[in-house]
Design a protein around this ligand. Structure first.
Ligand code: ADP
Ligand code: MG
Length: 269
């Protein structure tokens, strides 16, 4: 029988052991800090959402109360109250829709409905769908698509349009009459489609810029009810883009404007 070769067990010096323990300790502290941060973000999210939901709900309850009390209301006043209720219901519906989509995108089991699409076709269709809003909001919208852009992407079109829609709505919301909005696309580097939505609006401060993709973050923290934004749009956009193996970022200067970029992988033609 062959004799087993003896190998001396590796000895660990006291210093090595202490170093390993310190490293493990550091790693645990980092994991703990991450958990605490996530828990703080979640608490903040619930607080902001319940605030945003409560405002239109309370207003609806009081409008219904008014309708009950005032039995002999004139038709004009009655119609005004109905319009008010309609706006508040739409506002509630928009929040519920965003909460639902955020939940969907954070669910790793969700399957995207992927389709191969010509990027130029998707962007042109999106551009034409914005025309009415642009006219109504009195902004200028430009589309810049190079003729040589032949880029196929494999995406869930509804979800990507949702991202574009959020960037476009933000560009409208955070700019003024006469400001310009540009929708642009190019192949930034081989195999990567870069879409940008640029505006010449109010811009974002360097401090806010670090947080805008967080759930429920709004640079304007007054959270006035009825002004539309709930701070979920960019968090949703980020999850959608990342689920497509892409990335999204923003460059901005206060009082000059903002440029949002999203990059998606192109697939074989
Ligand atoms: N184009 C933009 N110009 C200036 N600020 C912007 C722009 N887009 C987003 N922001 C800032 O980022 C915040 C988060 O955006 P978003 O998640 O879409 O939420 P909101 O529902 O408030 O639009 C906004 O509240 C706003 O402060
Ligand atoms: Mg938004």
């Amino acid at each position: 029988m062959e004799k087993k070769k003896y190998t001396k067990p590796k000895t660990i010096t006291r210093e090595e052991l202490e170093r390993a323990l310190l490293e493990a300790n550091d790693e645990l502290s980092r994991a703990n800090e991450k958990l605490n941060r996530q828990s703080r973000e979640r608490t903040e999210l619930f607080r902001n959402l319940s605030h945003d939901l409560r405002a239109p709900m309370t207003a609806l309850v009081s409008t219904v109360g008014l309708l009950r009390e005032k039995k002999n209301m004139g038709e004009e006043e009655y119609m005004e109250l109905l319009d008010l209720m309609d706006r508040r219901l739409k506002n509630l519906n928009a929040i519920m829709d965003e909460i639902f989509l955020l939940g969907q995108m954070e669910n790793p089991e969700l399957q995207l409905k992927l389709e191969r699409i010509d990027a130029s076709v998707l962007l042109e269709e999106f551009y034409y769908s914005c025309e009415a809003d642009i006219k109504y909001a009195e902004r200028k919208l430009e589309l810049s698509l190079p003729d040589e852009l032949h880029c196929m992407i494999c995406v869930d079109p509804q979800k990507i349009v949702r991202v574009l829609d959020n960037l476009f709505t933000n560009a409208l919301r955070y700019s003024q009459i006469g400001d310009a909005i540009t929708l642009e696309a190019k192949e930034a580097e081989k195999g990567k489609l870069r879409i940008s939505v640029k505006d010449t609006g109010m811009g974002i401060s360097a401090e806010d810029l670090q947080h805008i993709f967080e759930r429920s973050y709004r640079a304007d923290r007054s959270r006035t009810p009825g002004d539309g934004g709930h701070g979920l749009g960019l968090a949703i956009a980020k999850s959608i883009v990342e689920r497509h193996d892409g990335r999204i970022w923003c460059e901005s200067e206060l009082n000059k404007g903002s440029s949002f970029y999203l990059e998606l992988p192109c697939v074989e033609l």
